[in-house]
Design a binder for this molecule. Structure first.
Ligand code: FPP
Length: 254
């Protein structure tokens, strides 16, 4: 561990570690291009960042880490890039499984997983089953995921239940909706980090991030270092989360 990283970890308030961190891993393509490589090399390098970020999250006692690994819209990328990403996801999960188990990390899959090709899908299912008993960090991998797909799916489910007379539309609450999302049972992200310098949400966890703190960094995903992650966590800890209340109310409640 570098001295700088040690100092940043010491700066963290261990009692205010976010429970749930979500990440948009952007910038792999630009990273590769800047080095004269093909885009897929950036995704391959990005797997190392996934490894580091998972380990650090686990070490810091973060309970949920949610990664946007492949969006619904990513299916529209050139076929060779899609194929490489699918291969990489299967390869990475298989390679990482022993260490995930050693670190008590539980794998969870969010999205239209049935659209993932058979081979990586089976590797993902295998990892999910093998880590089902783990009680440490829960790593939520969003694959073929988009928020509008997810919310549309919830509307369909609730409309069907209402048409069958199983629920009364008048009694639908925010909790009813949240319980039908892919993230049911998972607390909303406290912090959303986007790498790659863009200021967008890109159809990610739109319902769940209603009150998340947003953090944007110019670091491209393969370059996103442990120090960069710590900077985001320190920044998060310096913010006042008011959830629609006044600052005075927040202080009175603490
Ligand atoms: C966005 O960068 C990144 C992706 C679409 C894929 C992210 C995938 C990985 C990091 C590798 C596999 C993941 C796991 C969980 C094993 P971009 O291609 O849009 O970059 P650009 O904006 O520079 O073009």
């Amino acid at each position: 561990m570098t001295k700088q990283l040690e100092q940043k970890i010491a700066q963290l308030d261990k009692n205010r570690i976010p429970v749930h961190v979500a990440m948009i891993m952007d910038g792999n393509g630009r990273w590769a291009k800047s080095k004269g490589f093909v885009r897929s090399d950036g995704h391959a390098e990005g797997v190392s960042t996934v490894h580091r970020v998972t380990k650090l999250s686990s070490d810091l006692g973060i309970k949920y880490l949610t990664l946007y690994a492949f969006s619904t819209e990513n299916w529209n990328r050139p076929q060779d890039e899609v194929d490489t990403l699918m291969y990489l996801i299967g390869w990475a999960i298989e390679r990482e499984l022993p260490e995930l188990l050693a670190n008590n990390v539980k794998i969870n899959l969010l999205g239209e997983i049935e659209r993932i090709p058979e081979e990586p899908r089976q590797k993902l299912f295998y990892a999910r089953n093998a880590t089902a008993h783990c009680t440490g960090l829960q790593l939520n991998m969003c694959l073929s995921y988009s928020s509008r797909w997810e919310i549309t799916d919830v509307v369909k489910k609730l409309a069907t239940l209402a048409a069958q007379g199983k629920i009364n539309p008048e009694e639908i609450t925010e909790d009813t909706v949240a319980d039908q999302l892919t993230t049911a049972g998972i607390p909303d992200p406290d912090l959303l980090i986007r790498t790659g310098g863009e200021f967008r949400i890109s159809n990610y966890l739109l319902w769940q991030i209603a009150y998340s703190e947003l953090y944007f960094t110019p670091a491209l995903w393969p370059d996103f270092s442990d120090e960069d992650y710590l900077d985001a966590l320190i920044d998060f800890q310096n913010r006042e989360r008011r959830f629609g209340m006044t600052s005075d109310q927040v202080h009175a409640n603490n």
